[in-house]
Design a protein around this ligand. Structure first.
Ligand code: UD1
Ligand code: CA
Length: 489
Protein backbone atom coordinates (compact mmCIF):
# COMPACT_ATOMS: atom_id res chain seq x y z
CA UNK A 1 0.00 0.00 0.00
CA UNK A 2 1.35 3.40 -0.94
CA UNK A 3 1.54 5.86 1.90
CA UNK A 4 3.31 8.85 0.41
CA UNK A 5 0.62 11.48 0.46
CA UNK A 6 -0.91 10.49 3.81
CA UNK A 7 -1.04 13.46 6.13
CA UNK A 8 -1.01 13.59 9.90
CA UNK A 9 -3.13 13.49 12.05
CA UNK A 10 -4.91 10.18 11.44
CA UNK A 11 -6.86 9.99 8.18
CA UNK A 12 -10.26 9.54 9.79
CA UNK A 13 -9.88 12.73 11.85
CA UNK A 14 -8.94 14.65 8.72
CA UNK A 15 -11.88 13.24 6.81
CA UNK A 16 -14.29 14.20 9.55
CA UNK A 17 -13.39 17.87 9.60
CA UNK A 18 -13.01 17.92 5.82
CA UNK A 19 -16.46 16.42 5.19
CA UNK A 20 -17.98 19.21 7.21
CA UNK A 21 -16.26 21.99 5.35
CA UNK A 22 -15.83 20.62 1.81
CA UNK A 23 -18.65 21.59 -0.54
CA UNK A 24 -20.08 18.64 -2.42
CA UNK A 25 -22.33 18.66 -5.46
CA UNK A 26 -24.03 15.66 -7.02
CA UNK A 27 -24.18 15.33 -10.82
CA UNK A 28 -26.49 12.68 -12.24
CA UNK A 29 -25.83 11.38 -15.75
CA UNK A 30 -29.25 11.38 -17.39
CA UNK A 31 -28.81 12.63 -20.93
CA UNK A 32 -28.71 9.30 -22.76
CA UNK A 33 -31.50 7.94 -24.92
CA UNK A 34 -31.59 4.35 -23.74
CA UNK A 35 -31.72 2.90 -27.24
CA UNK A 36 -32.06 -0.68 -26.02
CA UNK A 37 -35.36 0.04 -24.24
CA UNK A 38 -36.89 0.73 -27.67
CA UNK A 39 -39.13 3.41 -26.25
CA UNK A 40 -40.39 6.91 -26.95
CA UNK A 41 -40.05 7.58 -23.24
CA UNK A 42 -36.52 8.59 -22.18
CA UNK A 43 -34.76 5.82 -20.26
CA UNK A 44 -34.51 7.62 -16.92
CA UNK A 45 -38.28 8.17 -16.83
CA UNK A 46 -39.10 4.47 -17.04
CA UNK A 47 -40.36 3.27 -13.68
CA UNK A 48 -39.53 0.59 -11.18
CA UNK A 49 -41.29 0.29 -7.84
CA UNK A 50 -43.78 2.89 -9.10
CA UNK A 51 -41.14 5.63 -9.42
CA UNK A 52 -39.00 6.89 -12.35
CA UNK A 53 -35.42 5.60 -12.35
CA UNK A 54 -34.04 9.13 -12.07
CA UNK A 55 -36.28 9.85 -9.07
CA UNK A 56 -34.81 6.88 -7.21
CA UNK A 57 -31.32 8.29 -7.71
CA UNK A 58 -32.42 11.81 -6.70
CA UNK A 59 -34.06 10.45 -3.53
CA UNK A 60 -30.87 8.66 -2.52
CA UNK A 61 -28.74 11.75 -3.31
CA UNK A 62 -31.02 14.14 -1.41
CA UNK A 63 -30.01 12.50 1.85
CA UNK A 64 -26.35 13.26 1.14
CA UNK A 65 -26.51 16.86 -0.16
CA UNK A 66 -29.35 19.44 -0.25
CA UNK A 67 -31.53 19.38 -3.38
CA UNK A 68 -30.08 22.66 -4.69
CA UNK A 69 -26.65 21.02 -4.90
CA UNK A 70 -27.95 18.20 -7.14
CA UNK A 71 -27.65 18.63 -10.92
CA UNK A 72 -29.22 16.35 -13.48
CA UNK A 73 -27.38 16.31 -16.80
CA UNK A 74 -30.12 16.06 -19.38
CA UNK A 75 -30.17 15.93 -23.18
CA UNK A 76 -32.42 13.41 -24.89
CA UNK A 77 -36.04 14.62 -24.37
CA UNK A 78 -34.61 17.17 -21.93
CA UNK A 79 -37.85 19.10 -21.48
CA UNK A 80 -39.78 15.97 -20.63
CA UNK A 81 -37.17 14.79 -18.12
CA UNK A 82 -36.98 18.22 -16.53
CA UNK A 83 -40.75 18.45 -16.09
CA UNK A 84 -40.84 15.05 -14.44
CA UNK A 85 -38.27 15.83 -11.73
CA UNK A 86 -38.20 19.65 -11.40
CA UNK A 87 -40.41 19.48 -8.28
CA UNK A 88 -37.39 18.19 -6.38
CA UNK A 89 -35.81 21.65 -6.53
CA UNK A 90 -32.66 20.37 -8.25
CA UNK A 91 -30.60 22.10 -10.95
CA UNK A 92 -30.21 21.02 -14.58
CA UNK A 93 -27.30 21.05 -17.02
CA UNK A 94 -28.01 20.61 -20.70
CA UNK A 95 -25.91 18.27 -22.81
CA UNK A 96 -27.43 18.88 -26.22
CA UNK A 97 -25.38 16.25 -28.01
CA UNK A 98 -24.56 13.03 -26.21
CA UNK A 99 -20.87 12.65 -26.91
CA UNK A 100 -20.04 10.42 -23.95
CA UNK A 101 -19.92 10.44 -20.15
CA UNK A 102 -16.76 12.61 -20.15
CA UNK A 103 -18.46 15.13 -22.43
CA UNK A 104 -21.47 15.18 -20.07
CA UNK A 105 -19.19 16.32 -17.24
CA UNK A 106 -17.51 18.93 -19.49
CA UNK A 107 -20.93 20.59 -19.73
CA UNK A 108 -20.97 21.04 -15.95
CA UNK A 109 -17.91 23.29 -15.65
CA UNK A 110 -19.87 26.46 -14.77
CA UNK A 111 -22.48 24.81 -12.56
CA UNK A 112 -19.80 23.06 -10.50
CA UNK A 113 -17.29 25.91 -10.19
CA UNK A 114 -18.44 26.83 -6.68
CA UNK A 115 -17.93 23.31 -5.27
CA UNK A 116 -14.87 21.47 -3.96
CA UNK A 117 -16.02 17.98 -5.00
CA UNK A 118 -18.64 16.36 -7.16
CA UNK A 119 -20.25 12.95 -6.75
CA UNK A 120 -21.21 11.56 -10.15
CA UNK A 121 -24.16 9.13 -10.18
CA UNK A 122 -25.88 7.36 -13.01
CA UNK A 123 -29.55 8.05 -13.75
CA UNK A 124 -30.04 4.48 -14.96
CA UNK A 125 -28.75 2.75 -11.82
CA UNK A 126 -31.66 3.28 -9.43
CA UNK A 127 -30.81 0.91 -6.59
CA UNK A 128 -27.88 2.95 -5.28
CA UNK A 129 -28.32 3.59 -1.55
CA UNK A 130 -27.60 6.75 0.40
CA UNK A 131 -25.08 4.83 2.55
CA UNK A 132 -23.07 3.89 -0.51
CA UNK A 133 -22.98 7.45 -1.84
CA UNK A 134 -21.76 8.52 1.62
CA UNK A 135 -19.17 5.72 1.55
CA UNK A 136 -17.86 7.07 -1.77
CA UNK A 137 -17.70 10.62 -0.38
CA UNK A 138 -15.96 9.58 2.84
CA UNK A 139 -13.42 7.32 1.15
CA UNK A 140 -12.65 10.09 -1.35
CA UNK A 141 -11.92 12.57 1.45
CA UNK A 142 -10.07 10.08 3.58
CA UNK A 143 -7.73 9.19 0.70
CA UNK A 144 -7.31 12.81 -0.48
CA UNK A 145 -8.06 11.52 -3.94
CA UNK A 146 -8.62 13.47 -7.14
CA UNK A 147 -10.89 10.67 -8.34
CA UNK A 148 -12.59 7.89 -6.41
CA UNK A 149 -14.72 5.28 -8.02
CA UNK A 150 -17.12 2.71 -6.72
CA UNK A 151 -16.17 -0.76 -7.86
CA UNK A 152 -17.81 -4.18 -7.64
CA UNK A 153 -16.98 -7.80 -8.33
CA UNK A 154 -20.09 -9.21 -10.00
CA UNK A 155 -20.32 -12.89 -11.00
CA UNK A 156 -20.10 -11.86 -14.66
CA UNK A 157 -18.06 -8.73 -15.42
CA UNK A 158 -18.90 -8.77 -19.12
CA UNK A 159 -19.80 -5.35 -20.56
CA UNK A 160 -18.41 -3.28 -17.71
CA UNK A 161 -15.26 -1.16 -17.58
CA UNK A 162 -12.50 -3.01 -15.66
CA UNK A 163 -10.46 -1.47 -12.88
CA UNK A 164 -6.69 -1.79 -13.10
CA UNK A 165 -4.85 -1.28 -9.81
CA UNK A 166 -1.23 -0.20 -9.49
CA UNK A 167 -0.39 -3.55 -7.96
CA UNK A 168 -2.37 -6.30 -6.30
CA UNK A 169 -3.94 -5.00 -3.09
CA UNK A 170 -2.95 -1.39 -3.83
CA UNK A 171 -5.35 1.47 -3.10
CA UNK A 172 -4.33 3.18 -6.27
CA UNK A 173 -6.05 2.77 -9.61
CA UNK A 174 -4.09 3.39 -12.77
CA UNK A 175 -6.71 2.90 -15.44
CA UNK A 176 -10.28 1.90 -16.31
CA UNK A 177 -10.55 -0.09 -19.49
CA UNK A 178 -13.86 -0.40 -21.29
CA UNK A 179 -14.94 -3.90 -22.32
CA UNK A 180 -14.38 -3.20 -26.01
CA UNK A 181 -10.86 -1.89 -25.43
CA UNK A 182 -9.52 -4.85 -23.46
CA UNK A 183 -6.36 -6.27 -25.01
CA UNK A 184 -6.23 -10.06 -25.50
CA UNK A 185 -3.77 -10.21 -22.61
CA UNK A 186 -6.10 -8.24 -20.33
CA UNK A 187 -9.00 -10.42 -21.38
CA UNK A 188 -7.02 -13.49 -20.38
CA UNK A 189 -5.99 -11.93 -17.10
CA UNK A 190 -9.63 -12.27 -16.05
CA UNK A 191 -9.95 -8.82 -14.50
CA UNK A 192 -12.93 -9.16 -12.23
CA UNK A 193 -13.14 -5.78 -10.50
CA UNK A 194 -15.49 -3.56 -12.49
CA UNK A 195 -16.26 0.15 -12.56
CA UNK A 196 -19.79 0.51 -11.23
CA UNK A 197 -20.21 3.95 -12.82
CA UNK A 198 -20.29 6.09 -9.62
CA UNK A 199 -17.49 8.53 -8.92
CA UNK A 200 -16.23 11.30 -6.68
CA UNK A 201 -13.98 13.97 -8.22
CA UNK A 202 -12.13 16.92 -6.78
CA UNK A 203 -13.60 19.70 -8.93
CA UNK A 204 -10.41 21.71 -9.55
CA UNK A 205 -8.23 18.94 -10.99
CA UNK A 206 -11.23 17.53 -12.86
CA UNK A 207 -11.70 20.70 -14.89
CA UNK A 208 -8.03 21.44 -15.36
CA UNK A 209 -7.57 18.00 -16.95
CA UNK A 210 -10.94 17.09 -18.50
CA UNK A 211 -10.17 18.83 -21.81
CA UNK A 212 -7.39 16.31 -22.37
CA UNK A 213 -9.94 13.53 -22.90
CA UNK A 214 -10.18 12.37 -26.50
CA UNK A 215 -12.50 10.28 -28.62
CA UNK A 216 -9.97 7.72 -29.89
CA UNK A 217 -11.86 4.67 -28.69
CA UNK A 218 -14.37 2.05 -29.85
CA UNK A 219 -17.38 4.37 -29.51
CA UNK A 220 -15.73 7.61 -30.63
CA UNK A 221 -16.90 9.21 -27.35
CA UNK A 222 -15.31 11.16 -24.52
CA UNK A 223 -15.08 8.55 -21.75
CA UNK A 224 -15.23 9.89 -18.21
CA UNK A 225 -13.48 6.69 -17.22
CA UNK A 226 -10.31 7.84 -19.06
CA UNK A 227 -9.84 10.42 -16.29
CA UNK A 228 -8.38 7.57 -14.21
CA UNK A 229 -5.37 7.11 -16.52
CA UNK A 230 -5.02 10.87 -17.09
CA UNK A 231 -4.89 11.60 -13.35
CA UNK A 232 -2.72 8.64 -12.59
CA UNK A 233 -0.11 9.80 -15.12
CA UNK A 234 -0.29 13.33 -13.73
CA UNK A 235 0.44 11.90 -10.24
CA UNK A 236 -3.00 12.62 -8.81
CA UNK A 237 -4.48 9.98 -6.56
CA UNK A 238 -7.14 7.72 -8.09
CA UNK A 239 -8.66 5.17 -5.71
CA UNK A 240 -11.53 2.68 -5.74
CA UNK A 241 -13.82 1.51 -2.97
CA UNK A 242 -15.83 -1.69 -3.48
CA UNK A 243 -19.62 -1.57 -3.06
CA UNK A 244 -20.85 -3.69 -0.15
CA UNK A 245 -23.63 -5.12 -2.30
CA UNK A 246 -23.21 -5.93 -6.02
CA UNK A 247 -26.95 -5.74 -6.44
CA UNK A 248 -27.21 -1.99 -5.86
CA UNK A 249 -24.91 -1.00 -8.71
CA UNK A 250 -27.04 -2.78 -11.32
CA UNK A 251 -28.02 -0.55 -14.20
CA UNK A 252 -30.97 -0.86 -16.54
CA UNK A 253 -30.50 -1.18 -20.26
CA UNK A 254 -33.44 -3.31 -21.42
CA UNK A 255 -37.06 -3.92 -20.41
CA UNK A 256 -36.05 -7.34 -19.17
CA UNK A 257 -33.71 -5.71 -16.65
CA UNK A 258 -36.46 -3.19 -15.85
CA UNK A 259 -38.81 -6.04 -14.88
CA UNK A 260 -36.12 -7.82 -12.85
CA UNK A 261 -35.25 -4.74 -10.81
CA UNK A 262 -38.92 -3.87 -10.36
CA UNK A 263 -39.60 -7.37 -9.01
CA UNK A 264 -36.63 -7.03 -6.63
CA UNK A 265 -38.01 -3.76 -5.23
CA UNK A 266 -41.54 -5.16 -4.85
CA UNK A 267 -40.17 -8.23 -3.13
CA UNK A 268 -38.12 -6.07 -0.78
CA UNK A 269 -41.20 -3.96 0.04
CA UNK A 270 -43.44 -6.96 0.78
CA UNK A 271 -40.80 -8.46 3.06
CA UNK A 272 -40.45 -5.15 4.92
CA UNK A 273 -44.21 -5.02 5.48
CA UNK A 274 -44.45 -8.66 6.53
CA UNK A 275 -41.61 -8.22 9.03
CA UNK A 276 -43.44 -5.19 10.44
CA UNK A 277 -46.57 -7.27 11.14
CA UNK A 278 -48.64 -7.20 7.95
CA UNK A 279 -49.95 -10.52 6.60
CA UNK A 280 -49.55 -10.85 2.84
CA UNK A 281 -50.74 -14.02 1.16
CA UNK A 282 -48.85 -14.87 -2.02
CA UNK A 283 -46.74 -11.70 -1.87
CA UNK A 284 -45.25 -12.47 -5.29
CA UNK A 285 -48.62 -11.54 -6.83
CA UNK A 286 -48.96 -8.18 -5.04
CA UNK A 287 -47.68 -4.86 -6.36
CA UNK A 288 -46.88 -2.44 -3.55
CA UNK A 289 -45.13 0.88 -4.15
CA UNK A 290 -42.20 1.96 -2.01
CA UNK A 291 -44.00 4.81 -0.22
CA UNK A 292 -47.07 2.78 0.82
CA UNK A 293 -47.62 2.38 4.55
CA UNK A 294 -49.62 -0.45 6.12
CA UNK A 295 -50.15 -0.92 9.87
CA UNK A 296 -49.68 -4.29 11.59
CA UNK A 297 -52.39 -6.95 11.61
CA UNK A 298 -53.81 -5.89 8.30
CA UNK A 299 -54.24 -8.75 5.84
CA UNK A 300 -53.53 -8.38 2.13
CA UNK A 301 -54.85 -11.09 -0.15
CA UNK A 302 -53.29 -12.20 -3.47
CA UNK A 303 -53.28 -9.92 -6.52
CA UNK A 304 -53.71 -6.65 -4.66
CA UNK A 305 -52.06 -3.43 -5.83
CA UNK A 306 -51.29 -0.67 -3.32
CA UNK A 307 -49.90 2.33 -5.15
CA UNK A 308 -48.55 5.85 -4.67
CA UNK A 309 -48.90 7.35 -1.23
CA UNK A 310 -51.54 4.93 0.04
CA UNK A 311 -51.76 4.53 3.83
CA UNK A 312 -53.71 1.69 5.43
CA UNK A 313 -54.50 1.32 9.13
CA UNK A 314 -54.51 -1.73 11.37
CA UNK A 315 -56.91 -4.71 11.24
CA UNK A 316 -58.00 -4.06 7.67
CA UNK A 317 -58.51 -6.77 5.10
CA UNK A 318 -57.82 -5.99 1.47
CA UNK A 319 -59.30 -8.75 -0.60
CA UNK A 320 -58.07 -9.91 -3.99
CA UNK A 321 -57.99 -7.82 -7.18
CA UNK A 322 -58.35 -4.46 -5.47
CA UNK A 323 -56.25 -1.56 -6.77
CA UNK A 324 -55.76 1.24 -4.27
CA UNK A 325 -53.95 4.40 -5.34
CA UNK A 326 -53.05 7.46 -3.21
CA UNK A 327 -55.76 6.63 -0.69
CA UNK A 328 -56.03 6.63 3.07
CA UNK A 329 -57.84 3.85 4.91
CA UNK A 330 -58.47 3.93 8.66
CA UNK A 331 -58.53 0.89 10.95
CA UNK A 332 -60.72 -2.16 10.53
CA UNK A 333 -61.73 -1.38 6.95
CA UNK A 334 -62.87 -4.30 4.82
CA UNK A 335 -62.25 -3.94 1.10
CA UNK A 336 -63.99 -6.81 -0.67
CA UNK A 337 -62.67 -8.09 -4.01
CA UNK A 338 -62.33 -5.98 -7.10
CA UNK A 339 -62.45 -2.44 -5.70
CA UNK A 340 -60.74 0.52 -7.34
CA UNK A 341 -59.81 3.46 -5.12
CA UNK A 342 -58.16 6.64 -6.32
CA UNK A 343 -57.42 9.58 -3.98
CA UNK A 344 -60.09 8.37 -1.57
CA UNK A 345 -60.35 8.59 2.20
CA UNK A 346 -62.07 5.76 4.07
CA UNK A 347 -62.76 5.96 7.81
CA UNK A 348 -62.56 3.24 10.44
CA UNK A 349 -64.77 0.21 10.11
CA UNK A 350 -66.10 1.05 6.67
CA UNK A 351 -66.96 -1.69 4.22
CA UNK A 352 -66.36 -1.46 0.50
CA UNK A 353 -67.20 -3.68 -2.45
CA UNK A 354 -67.17 -6.05 -4.01
CA UNK A 355 -66.55 -3.95 -7.14
CA UNK A 356 -66.82 -0.42 -5.76
CA UNK A 357 -65.18 2.43 -7.62
CA UNK A 358 -64.10 5.31 -5.39
CA UNK A 359 -62.84 8.18 -7.51
CA UNK A 360 -60.90 11.25 -6.31
CA UNK A 361 -62.38 13.16 -3.39
CA UNK A 362 -64.48 10.32 -2.04
CA UNK A 363 -64.68 10.55 1.76
CA UNK A 364 -66.34 7.53 3.29
CA UNK A 365 -67.42 7.94 6.94
CA UNK A 366 -66.95 5.63 9.87
CA UNK A 367 -68.75 2.32 9.48
CA UNK A 368 -70.28 3.38 6.17
CA UNK A 369 -70.96 0.86 3.39
CA UNK A 370 -70.30 1.28 -0.30
CA UNK A 371 -71.43 -1.82 -2.13
CA UNK A 372 -71.22 -3.51 -5.51
CA UNK A 373 -71.16 -1.39 -8.63
CA UNK A 374 -71.32 1.87 -6.73
CA UNK A 375 -69.25 4.70 -8.17
CA UNK A 376 -68.44 7.73 -6.01
CA UNK A 377 -66.65 10.97 -6.86
CA UNK A 378 -66.10 14.07 -4.66
CA UNK A 379 -68.55 13.01 -2.00
CA UNK A 380 -68.82 12.83 1.73
CA UNK A 381 -70.75 9.81 2.91
CA UNK A 382 -71.61 10.24 6.62
CA UNK A 383 -71.11 7.88 9.52
CA UNK A 384 -72.99 4.62 9.16
CA UNK A 385 -74.58 5.58 5.84
CA UNK A 386 -75.11 2.91 3.22
CA UNK A 387 -75.07 2.86 -0.55
CA UNK A 388 -75.07 -0.85 -1.13
CA UNK A 389 -75.91 -1.40 -4.77
CA UNK A 390 -75.61 0.02 -8.26
CA UNK A 391 -75.36 3.79 -7.73
CA UNK A 392 -73.56 6.86 -9.00
CA UNK A 393 -72.91 9.40 -6.26
CA UNK A 394 -70.97 12.47 -7.40
CA UNK A 395 -70.54 16.00 -5.97
CA UNK A 396 -72.66 15.14 -2.94
CA UNK A 397 -72.67 15.73 0.79
CA UNK A 398 -74.52 12.91 2.45
CA UNK A 399 -75.19 12.97 6.20
CA UNK A 400 -75.08 10.19 8.80
CA UNK A 401 -77.38 7.19 8.93
CA UNK A 402 -78.59 7.65 5.35
CA UNK A 403 -79.82 4.79 3.21
CA UNK A 404 -79.22 5.19 -0.49
CA UNK A 405 -81.43 2.70 -2.32
CA UNK A 406 -80.19 0.52 -5.16
CA UNK A 407 -79.85 2.32 -8.45
CA UNK A 408 -79.83 5.86 -7.03
CA UNK A 409 -78.17 8.44 -9.27
CA UNK A 410 -77.08 11.96 -8.40
CA UNK A 411 -77.55 13.88 -11.64
CA UNK A 412 -74.71 16.31 -11.04
CA UNK A 413 -74.08 17.52 -14.59
CA UNK A 414 -76.36 19.67 -16.69
CA UNK A 415 -74.21 19.42 -19.78
CA UNK A 416 -72.18 22.50 -18.90
CA UNK A 417 -71.71 22.73 -15.13
CA UNK A 418 -71.50 20.37 -12.16
CA UNK A 419 -73.96 20.88 -9.29
CA UNK A 420 -74.15 19.65 -5.75
CA UNK A 421 -76.54 17.28 -3.99
CA UNK A 422 -76.97 17.74 -0.24
CA UNK A 423 -78.62 14.98 1.74
CA UNK A 424 -79.34 15.47 5.47
CA UNK A 425 -78.98 12.93 8.27
CA UNK A 426 -81.29 9.93 8.43
CA UNK A 427 -82.63 10.32 4.90
CA UNK A 428 -84.08 7.27 3.14
CA UNK A 429 -83.72 7.38 -0.63
CA UNK A 430 -85.90 4.73 -2.29
CA UNK A 431 -84.44 2.58 -5.04
CA UNK A 432 -83.99 3.86 -8.58
CA UNK A 433 -84.27 7.53 -7.67
CA UNK A 434 -82.63 10.28 -9.65
CA UNK A 435 -81.66 13.36 -7.67
CA UNK A 436 -81.28 16.29 -10.07
CA UNK A 437 -78.73 18.73 -8.66
CA UNK A 438 -78.53 21.34 -7.32
CA UNK A 439 -80.81 19.84 -4.74
CA UNK A 440 -81.20 19.49 -0.98
CA UNK A 441 -82.98 16.68 0.87
CA UNK A 442 -83.80 17.72 4.46
CA UNK A 443 -82.99 15.61 7.54
CA UNK A 444 -84.99 12.41 7.87
CA UNK A 445 -86.78 12.97 4.57
CA UNK A 446 -88.12 9.99 2.65
CA UNK A 447 -87.92 9.65 -1.13
CA UNK A 448 -90.38 7.27 -2.76
CA UNK A 449 -88.78 4.65 -4.98
CA UNK A 450 -88.17 5.60 -8.59
CA UNK A 451 -88.65 9.31 -8.01
CA UNK A 452 -87.04 11.91 -10.21
CA UNK A 453 -86.47 14.60 -7.61
CA UNK A 454 -85.96 18.09 -9.02
CA UNK A 455 -87.02 20.28 -6.07
CA UNK A 456 -85.69 20.53 -2.52
CA UNK A 457 -87.39 18.30 0.04
CA UNK A 458 -88.04 19.68 3.56
CA UNK A 459 -87.00 17.87 6.77
CA UNK A 460 -89.18 14.88 7.62
CA UNK A 461 -91.19 15.10 4.35
CA UNK A 462 -92.01 12.35 1.87
CA UNK A 463 -91.29 13.19 -1.74
CA UNK A 464 -92.84 11.10 -4.46
CA UNK A 465 -92.02 12.25 -7.95
CA UNK A 466 -93.27 9.67 -10.39
CA UNK A 467 -96.54 8.90 -12.25
CA UNK A 468 -99.31 7.54 -10.07
CA UNK A 469 -99.95 3.81 -10.60
CA UNK A 470 -103.05 2.81 -12.61
CA UNK A 471 -104.41 -0.80 -12.49
CA UNK A 472 -106.73 -1.76 -15.41
CA UNK A 473 -108.70 -4.83 -14.28
CA UNK A 474 -108.70 -7.71 -16.78
CA UNK A 475 -106.68 -5.78 -19.37
CA UNK A 476 -103.95 -8.41 -19.79
CA UNK A 477 -106.39 -11.27 -20.17
CA UNK A 478 -108.42 -9.42 -22.85
CA UNK A 479 -105.24 -8.55 -24.73
CA UNK A 480 -104.07 -12.19 -24.71
CA UNK A 481 -107.39 -13.45 -26.02
CA UNK A 482 -107.51 -10.84 -28.78
CA UNK A 483 -104.03 -11.81 -29.94
CA UNK A 484 -104.83 -15.55 -29.91
CA UNK A 485 -107.97 -14.94 -32.00
CA UNK A 486 -106.00 -12.89 -34.54
CA UNK A 487 -103.44 -15.70 -34.92
CA UNK A 488 -106.11 -18.36 -35.73
CA UNK A 489 -107.45 -16.48 -38.77
C1 UD1 B 1 -20.31 3.16 -18.16
C2 UD1 B 1 -18.80 3.18 -17.94
C3 UD1 B 1 -18.33 1.78 -17.59
C4 UD1 B 1 -19.08 1.24 -16.41
C5 UD1 B 1 -20.57 1.32 -16.64
C6 UD1 B 1 -21.31 0.98 -15.37
C7 UD1 B 1 -18.03 4.95 -19.43
C8 UD1 B 1 -17.29 5.26 -20.69
N1 UD1 B 1 -18.14 3.66 -19.13
O1 UD1 B 1 -20.56 2.37 -19.32
O2 UD1 B 1 -16.93 1.80 -17.31
O3 UD1 B 1 -18.67 -0.08 -16.14
O4 UD1 B 1 -20.97 2.66 -17.01
O5 UD1 B 1 -22.68 0.86 -15.61
O6 UD1 B 1 -18.46 5.85 -18.75
N2 UD1 B 1 -24.77 9.56 -20.54
C9 UD1 B 1 -24.94 10.91 -20.67
N3 UD1 B 1 -24.39 11.54 -21.74
C10 UD1 B 1 -23.66 10.90 -22.66
C11 UD1 B 1 -23.48 9.50 -22.53
C12 UD1 B 1 -24.04 8.87 -21.45
O7 UD1 B 1 -25.59 11.55 -19.84
O8 UD1 B 1 -23.19 11.55 -23.60
C13 UD1 B 1 -25.39 8.87 -19.40
C14 UD1 B 1 -26.32 7.76 -19.79
O9 UD1 B 1 -27.63 8.26 -19.97
C15 UD1 B 1 -26.22 6.82 -18.60
C16 UD1 B 1 -24.81 7.03 -18.09
O10 UD1 B 1 -24.36 8.26 -18.66
O11 UD1 B 1 -27.14 7.19 -17.57
C17 UD1 B 1 -23.84 5.90 -18.48
O12 UD1 B 1 -23.75 5.83 -19.88
P1 UD1 B 1 -23.78 4.45 -20.65
O13 UD1 B 1 -23.72 4.73 -22.09
O14 UD1 B 1 -24.91 3.63 -20.14
O15 UD1 B 1 -22.38 3.84 -20.19
P2 UD1 B 1 -22.00 2.31 -20.08
O16 UD1 B 1 -21.74 1.78 -21.44
O17 UD1 B 1 -23.00 1.62 -19.24
CA1 CA C 1 -25.30 1.88 -18.58
Amino acid sequence: MKKTSRKKPAASAVSHSASQSARFAVAILAAGKGTRLKSRLPKVLHQIGGKPLLQHVIDAAKKVVPAEDIYAIIGHEARHVKEAVAHNGIGFVLQTEQRGTGHALMMCRDALSKYDHVLVLSGDAPLIRTETIAQLRDYHLEKHAAMTLLSAIPPDPFGYGRVLRKSKGSDLVTQIIEEKSLTPGQRQANLREINAGFYAFAVKPLFTHIDRLNTQNAHGEFYLTDMAALFSKAKFRVVATPAKDDFEVLGINTRVELAILDAMLRDRKCKELMLSGVTIFRPETCVIDAQVEVAPDTVIEPFVQLLGKTRIGTDCRIRSYSVIHNSILGDGVLVRPGCILDDAHVSNGALLGPYSHLRPGSEIGEGAHVGNFVETKKIKLGKGSKANHLSYLGDAEIGAGVNIGAGTITCNYDGVNKHKTIIGDGVFVGSDSTLVAPIRLGNNAYIGASSCVTEDVPDDALAVARARQVNKEGWAKQKREAMAAAKKQ
